[in-house]
Design a protein around this ligand. Structure first.
Ligand code: GRF
Length: 207
């Protein structure tokens, strides 16, 4: 009996990307998937907490199923989290990426996806992180403190805001005359969009 050579690849992890806004980090993941940089992950769902998030248009253009779970429709965080978990499980999601998702992940979700939820944060943790450190605030704080280097961090998500194990970081120079806006743009381009696909690929390869 002749042996059939097997070219079977290890199964790609089924990944959901949770968003609330513009979705440039989602786009970086889509691009990395298209150009082959991401091999061990399949983007199977985009879940948005806002019906007007531009990220939904990016998902549609890439042919990724999308679903809105609007925070406003739930009176408390537990019910909101429970619905997110239900949607993730309905899509047989194995790994979750928070890419500009503006809500705290509750314990039900954390338990269901222990060590399998990652977040991108626009600073070099442990600087400028924790409660209240999001969006332009982070870059404003970096400029006020006068740091010469900032950057971005991909970390695992646990019950502490921005407190989970760090998976990847990249530094970016602060330049004279930077505003929160110019710094945010440079950090996104040169750090966030670079390390988020790499960290996702690394995690999915190791799982
Ligand atoms: C990024 O700066 C990310 O680091 C932070 O939220 C922002 C999301 O931007 N968590 P986008 O929606 O990916 O463009």
């Amino acid at each position: 009996m002749a042996f059939k050579k097997s070219f079977a690849q290890p199964a790609q992890k089924r990944v959901a990307v949770l968003v609330s806004g513009g979705g440039t980090n989602l786009q970086a993941l889509i691009n990395a998937k298209t150009n082959g940089e991401i091999k061990n992950a399949k983007l199977v769902l985009v879940l948005s907490s806002s019906p007007t998030a531009y990220a939904l248009q990016r998902a549609a253009a890439a042919g990724i199923p999308a679903q809105v779970v609007s925070r406003k429709q739930y009176s408390n965080a537990e019910d909101f989290n429970a619905e997110i978990l239900r949607v993730l499980q309905a899509h047989r999601v194995q790994v979750v990426v928070l890419a500009g998702f503006m809500h705290i992940i509750g314990s039900a979700l954390l338990n269901a996806y222990e060590q399998r939820i990652i977040n991108i944060h626009p600073s070099l943790i442990p600087s400028f992180c924790g409660v209240g450190c999001y969006g332009l605030n982070v870059h404003r704080m970096a400029l006020e403190r006068g740091v010469k280097l900032t950057g971005a961090t991909v970390h695992l998500v646990n019950e502490e805001v921005d407190g989970g194990r760090i998976l990847m970081q990249k530094a970016v120079e602060v330049l004279d005359g930077d505003t929160p806006e110019t710094l945010q743009k440079r950090v996104m381009q040169h750090a966030e969009w670079q390390i988020l696909p790499k960290a996702l690929e690394m995690l999915c390869r190791e799982l």
